[in-house]
Design a protein around this ligand. Structure first.
Ligand code: CA
Length: 567
């Protein structure tokens, strides 16, 4: 039965609500100021094709946010050559009273398509800006053309995702800040991981004037090659599954079953046996990653080879050979590497109580499911087809396995360098973000902090180490301006049996604004109990320095460690 509220109750409710919403005098003037801000002149000044503001309103202080002005909208709303409606989406949040004078932008993940909204930073007083990279994962989703990767059919959407969206949105964001506060941001910061880590490096390389401080985590420096390397492992593990008779109910190879969780624990234990003590302390962490090379690990792996049938305490010769091939990285038909090798690190597995960590396996293998293949690299085969080859040849979301089994590596690489009339920039030109001369960024006073998990199975840490080493050499900067932190045990951006909880932004701000270069970063594990203790902390040290035990004190506390230069 529906009960109608009494008129008296309705009046009371309206009265109470009105009281709650009554703005203070200060809020009222900020509301007027927010709504009066016009971005109209940005169109000619910033040479924008067009601009549509879809939301511009004052948000009063709540438990979740400080009082701020939010402005959302789209740049260059248009119809792509694939008939889809595209635009560069943006959102700015500008604190009214509590602005700390800084701008903060967070990069996207995956293939972007969603605006990041760092409310925690807003709460600290940052003006935050964000973009979706020129396509929308919901609006532009097309199951028959790779799902969220379907935007690769449109050349301008490719361009926007590569670089254009971030440049325009930073310019427009700074324009809005100038208009709202009457002054530009005192300091501007960019932070991102994975694709966002690539966007971070893009800023340092191509738009060095935009940011004073940049944090780049696990950057997809050679963005298309991570998924291409995934095609290689997808096929390698599929072939192993077929040879081992591991099939899903539909008859397809069961990639996730090729290595059980306990198999990966054996690999982890072998790596620890070979490399844990190299840093002087057996603590389940390989700090001397540089010395943990393939010959050393391969020798140890050979001791767990099954002498007869497969059981839980050994790996078959086929499993071991396939694993070593996968870690070595893909090669073209002439034997030249097309992507980095992968570091041998103990984060391939781990046991937290009764459960095995899944951070490493979820990319290459997926879960040990008997029902479906769910590895992330399999999904990203669709990105290779739609975005990272020219011309695009999108596949349906359920065709990624057959694509992985039938690709021609040489052909894929060739197609990354190809152009057509409709696609005048190659995939390589658009997405390989590996310029190593950052002199303009240095000249502007910029500081760059990077990090990468050694057990990242999405993007190889070795990619970052190689680029960083070349960059330091090629930039030949007269001042210290960059740091790289390698994180043993950590997976892609976070997770894994390592110290994956740390903050780079605060030390970066100290460096940019006070000139204090960080000597190390304190990090904790986010997997309590993993090391048999409630928590464990470590110093992360700037590459090529490594964390070393002082020889006395609690091995679970960072104070017992120091940064050590191996050379
Ligand atoms: Ca160790």
């Amino acid at each position: 039965m529906k009960v109608n509220p009494s008129p008296l109750l309705v009046v009371s409710v309206v009265f109470v609500v009105s009281l709650c919403w009554l703005p203070t005098a200060a809020e009222s003037s900020e509301k007027v100021k927010c709504e009066a801000l016009s971005l109209e002149h940005a169109v000619p000044e910033l040479d924008l094709d067009n601009l549509a503001v879809t939301q511009q309103e004052f948000i009063g202080a709540t438990d979740a946010a400080i009082a701020h002005c939010v402005i959302s909208g789209e740049i260059d709303r248009r119809v792509g050559i694939d008939g889809q409606q595209y635009a560069i989406g943006f959102r700015f949040r500008l604190p009214v009273d509590d602005w700390n004078g800084r701008l903060y932008m967070e990069g996207g993940g995956g293939t972007n398509g969603k605006i990041k909204d760092p409310l925690a930073l807003l709460a600290e007083g940052f003006a935050t800006i964000g973009t979706d990279g020129g396509h929308d994962n919901t609006r532009n989703y097309d199951e028959s053309a790779g799902g969220i990767f379907a935007f690769g059919r449109d050349p301008q959407a490719r361009r926007d995702f590569a670089y254009n969206a971030y440049d325009l949105v930073v310019k427009l964001g700074k324009y809005a800040i100038q208009g709202f506060y009457g002054s530009p941001p005192q300091y501007s910061y960019f932070e991102g991981c994975s694709e966002g880590g690539r966007e971070a490096l893009l800023m340092a390389q191509k738009f060095p004037q935009h940011f004073d401080g940049i944090v780049s985590g696990a950057p997809a420096i050679r963005l298309p090659l991570g998924p291409v390397a995934g095609l290689y492992t997808n096929r390698l593990f599929s072939e192993l599954a077929v040879r081992s008779g591991l099939l899903l109910p539909d008859g397809s190879p069961a990639i996730g079953m090729t290595y059980s969780d306990s198999d990966l624990m054996l690999v982890r234990e072998s790596i620890l046996e070979a490399c844990d003590a190299l840093d002087g302390l057996e603590d389940g962490i390989v700090d001397d990653l540089a010395s943990c090379d393939t010959p050393r690990v391969a020798a140890q792996l050979s001791t767990i080879k099954c002498s007869v049938g497969k059981n839980n305490s050994c790996l078959t010769e086929d499993q071991l050979i396939t694993l070593k091939k996968a870690f070595a990285g893909p090669k073209d038909s002439e034997g030249s590497p097309v992507y980095s090798s992968w570091p041998w690190d103990a984060g391939v597995s781990g046991l937290n109580g009764e459960s095995h960590l899944q951070d490493w396996r979820k990319s290459w293998l997926g879960s040990a499911s008997k029902i479906a293949n769910d590895g992330a690299k399999l999904k990203y085969a669709g990105a290779v087809a739609a975005i990272y080859t020219t011309p695009p040849n999108p596949i349906s979301t359920d065709s990624t396995l057959s694509y992985s089994l039938n690709y021609d590596l040489d052909g894929v690489i060739e197609s990354m360098h190809a152009t057509t009339d409709l696609f005048p920039e190659s995939v390589s030109d658009l997405y390989i973000t590996d310029q190593t001369n950052l002199r303009l960024f240095v000249r502007g006073g910029g500081k760059l902090m990077m990090f990468h998990g050694a057990s990242d199975s999405v993007i190889s840490m070795n990619e970052t180490v190689d680029w960083y080493t070349s960059m330091v050499s090629d930039t030949s900067a007269p001042v210290e301006f960059s740091q790289l932190y390698l994180v043993p045990g950590m997976g892609h951006c976070r997770g894994g049996p390592g110290m994956d909880r740390f903050k780079m932004l605060q030390p970066l701000m100290q460096w940019v604004e006070k000139g204090v270069e960080p000597s190390h970063i304190v990090a904790e594990t986010s997997t309590p109990g993993f090391f048999g203790v409630e928590t464990r902390s470590r110093k992360l040290c700037p590459f090529p320095e490594q964390s070393r035990y002082r020889g006395h004190g609690d091995i679970n506390h960072e104070a017992s460690f120091e940064c050590f230069s191996p050379n």
